[in-house]
Design a protein around this ligand. Structure first.
Ligand code: IMP
Length: 207
């Protein structure tokens, strides 16, 4: 296969992130920049499978996005897993956030002694020819007694990472959240792979 000048210049230095969430995009963009990978946000409606496993959701979504845009693309799916609720809301986090919200989670934990929880993120990469690979990141922590801070999004104000006890993600700058977060860990794993091991023909720049 003959590579165009664009392909040579952009090879493994550019990735399209299919998401409608600007916070996720900004978190990922900063990390990928550390690896000299530029990130373009692309809003494309992708299939969101209902599944107990967020890797399956991310994988299918990435395959669908790549087939629609014909470019190397990542999607990311994440969830909050609370020990005392047997992992709920997990893959249903988005629905739970939209319905009972963070205050609802605090209510569910009233009188419960263990507030242990973790966030999990799966970044799924798919090449235009349909090859998909997933990267996972987990951050352990606990659910705060009440929401604190206005940074970030979603459940950030009620999650205290174990590495920084007493401070919620909602009280942190993006830089600080990126030091620990589930998404940061998954994105870093992807970046390491993309800049070194991803087959160069994965890049498909339209004529
Ligand atoms: P999604 O399906 O990956 O968009 O994530 C599901 C839900 O989990 C979102 O609607 C958020 O409420 C929550 N969530 C995912 N990642 C984060 C995060 O980094 N901080 C706070 N909440 C998050």
């Amino acid at each position: 296969m003959e590579l165009s000048t664009y392909e040579i210049l952009l090879r493994n230095k550019l990735i399209f992130f299919a998401t409608g969430n600007i916070h996720k995009f900004n978190e990922a963009r900063r990390i990928l920049a550390e690896y000299n990978i530029a990130t373009a946000m692309i809003k494309v409606k992708t299939l969101e499978l209902q599944d107990d496993n967020i890797e399956n959701i991310a994988r299918l979504s990435a395959i669908d996005a790549a087939s629609k845009i014909n470019l190397p693309v990542i999607v990311e799916d994440a969830g909050l897993f609370i020990d005392a609720l047997n992992g709920f809301p997990g893959p249903y986090s988005s629905y739970v956030y939209r319905t009972i919200g963070k205050e609802g989670i605090i209510k569910l934990l009233e009188g419960v002694s263990s507030r242990k929880a973790y966030f999990k993120s799966v970044v799924a990469f798919c090449s235009p020819d349909g090859n998909v690979i997933c990267f996972e990141g987990i951050i352990e922590g606990k659910i705060a007694m009440e929401p604190r801070g206005s940074s970030g999004f979603g459940f950030d104000p009620i999650f205290e990472p174990a590495e920084q006890p007493g401070e919620t993600f909602g009280e942190m700058s993006i830089e600080n959240k990126n030091r620990f977060s589930h998404r940061a860990k998954a994105v870093r794993k992807f970046a390491e792979w993309y800049r070194t091991q991803a087959p160069s023909t994965f890049i498909g720049v339209p004529n």
